[in-house]
Ligand binder design. Sequence first.
Ligand code: FDA
Length: 385
Amino acid sequence: MDIDTLILGAGAAGLFCAGLGPPGALVLDHANRPAEKVRISGGGRCNFTNLHTRPEAFLSANPHFAKSALASYTAQDFLALVQSHRIPWHEKTLGQLFCDRSSKDIVNLLLAEATRAGAEVRLSTPIHEVGHDGARFTVATDRETIRARRLVVATGGKSIPRMGATGLAYRVAARFGLPVTETRPALVPFTFGEGRFADLAGISVPVAARARGPAFEEALLFTHRGLSGPAMLQASSYWREGEELSVALAPGTDWAAALRAARRASPKQALKTFLASRLPAALASHLSAELDLAGPLATLSEPRIAALARTLSDWRLRPTGTEGYRTAEVTLGGIDTTALHSKTMEAKAVPGLFFIGECVDVTGWLGGYNFQWAWSSAAACARAL
Ligand code: FDA
């Protein structure tokens, strides 16, 4: 079979590209349902974009690479499309837009746009080999070898293999001699030694958390295995094995001033009781035990106040690791952007070969940024097809 445009991956980026690209593209996917990650995303409501999308909310070895695509297809552009499909939506927090009903609304939007463009979506089609016969790209499936003038690789990253992630894009890149930056799980919970936070499992607190990147002021969730919640997932994208995390409890609190005021007002109050007035009681108990905080406020010396305030606003924690690709929302790293044209996503050294979506070394923060990258990179590619 000889065709013009072949797209590998019927996920967010692949389907969106099929809907915007030249009529009649063929989309292949080994899964038996399209866009499974869209379906499960955002707790079933798909956080489909973020109104505050800006290049700074993306990690990449080249922070400038995403600028052009993000500027040419914006969050407002995708929102207009959502509205044209009469999909009800709402802003949850921090510019994050979710479906009111279900993420299936976005899956249906993607399929409807692809159908309108005359694309064929072929599911349950494992891809055995990707190559080039000198004239055209070749993709071997169970049934046949498809020859295509243009090949768009939209097979995502390595996160959540049981949802169909295979890392095929990196192998295709290697086959054509394109560089791939180091890949690692991101937006992923941290693990700690056995039982470290077992007494706090299920408790959520507002924090400002940071690894080596910016601080994220969101919720931290204690789990049986470690730390999760949006603040921790965000920090995980900037963390490296062996490093510490910094967690500010009740961010914005001047802990030294609060401790001094409490010592003045209620000198007999136990330190633990004071903490429990500002933090969940279980966390106050946990900290009291961990930091040996027995006794009333009156016994607190100035140096102890300073040390305690430092700990509460810069609690240093060293994870043993992360939950890995099993639960990571995205894959950090990927196809090296130095090998791609930023306006089209086409490989500089291989005309006709494009990489879009999560497989590229552009990774967004939590909050709809990764879907926006899927839409923006797909739109950039579609314009060039
Ligand atoms: P995507 O993974 O969507 O699609 C790749 C497709 O390629 C899949 O259909 C797969 O089956 C197919 N494929 C892979 N290997 C293949 C092979 N060898 N042969 C054939 N087909 C192959 N982001 C966000 O912005 N808002 C959110 O709410 C969420 N929520 C969320 C929740 C969970 C649990 C996860 C795991 C992830 C999110 N994300 C998210 C991230 C978001 O899902 C992700 O960034 C996009 O789906 C990436 O889109 P792509 O099209 O690049 O890959």
